[in-house]
Design a protein around this ligand. Structure first.
Ligand SMILES: Nc1ncnc2c1ncn2[C@@H]1O[C@H](COP(=O)(O)OP(=O)(O)OP(=O)(O)O)[C@@H](O)[C@H]1O
Ligand SMILES: [Mg+2]
Length: 251
């Protein structure tokens, strides 16, 4: 198997996704942590066992000196692409988006990393002062403990609608098990980070309605999720995420 430039489907900082017939090869740059690559493949394998529609992991390999994950290729369009191409179907797509996320949350995968552990670790890694970090740890500790599968980067570019209409969920590198409302807060922030503030509000409204969740409950997660996410974020996003964390200080 070799890597060919004419088969590129997506280029990201420190990784490139190629298509090779029925397969997709996600190739990570040399500086990418080996542990992170293996963790992504392991998460994907664990989530496969829940029965959710996701591309199957076929191989983890080293190609031309770079780590790579080989998975099943899903023929279709991402939900992001479909939303862009058919703006009149915005509401229908948002419903589908929420339904898929609720289906993820209906699953359990006891071997996944615990969201709470990951967040406590991230909060400790932030450069907020000790008082703010203490407040964030306390707030996290007070949130109800659940063990639902959380995607961790649930956004329309990580869903492919296959040609037969089946939605497939991609990109399990941030998957954990924990409280689903934290996952919802994360998606809400992703809409904001994309400049889609109107979309963020509509999404939150719809998710809360469909799942019978109080909006305030998701909002309580926002400072914690924003703080966790601010670690290793891009400088412009960091500023924004820190703004969400600071609401804590005024309470
Ligand atoms: N199995 C697959 N079948 C078809 N297309 C895929 C597959 N995996 C990835 N892609 C395409 O490549 C893009 C990037 O893949 P993926 O989301 O796994 O990587 P990523 O580096 O996490 O990207 P992002 O930062 O956009 O989330 C997807 O949005 C999709 O268009
Ligand atoms: Mg992605």
């Amino acid at each position: 198997m070799s890597i060919q430039a004419d088969k590129i489907i997506a280029v990201r900082t420190s990784k490139t996704v190629y298509r090779d017939g029925d397969h997709v090869i996600k190739v990570f740059d040399e500086d990418y942590s080996k542990a992170d690559v293996l963790n992504e493949a392991l998460n994907q394998a664990r989530v496969e066992e829940t029965g959710l529609h996701i591309p199957s992991v076929l191989e983890v390999a080293k190609l031309e000196g770079k780590w790579a994950i080989l998975s099943e290729y899903i023929k279709g369009k991402t939900l992001q692409q479909l939303m862009y191409e058919n703006p009149e179907k915005q509401e229908e797509y948002l419903e589908l988006f929420v339904d898929i996320q609720m289906e993820i949350h209906s699953k359990t995968a006891p071997m996944l990393t615990k969201l709470r552990d990951k967040m406590n670790r991230k909060i400790s890694q932030t450069d907020f002062d000790a008082t703010t970090r203490y407040e964030l740890h306390m707030r996290l500790d007070s949130m109800p403990k659940h063990s639902k599968v959380c995607h961790g980067d649930f956004n329309p570019s990580n869903i492919i609608i296959a040609e037969d209409g089946t939605p497939y969920i991609l990109d399990w590198s941030h998957a954990t098990q924990g409280n689903a409302s934290a996952d919802v807060a994360r998606t809400y922030l992703l809409f904001w980070l994309n400049g889609n503030i109107d979309g963020a509000g509509k999404y939150l409204e719809l998710f809360c309605k469909k799942s019978d969740t109080a909006k305030q409950y998701v909002q309580k997660w926002l400072p914690i999720v924003a703080a966790s996410q601010s670690v290793k974020s891009r400088p412009n996003e960091r500023e924004f995420l820190r703004g969400w964390v600071n609401v804590v200080e005024y309470e």
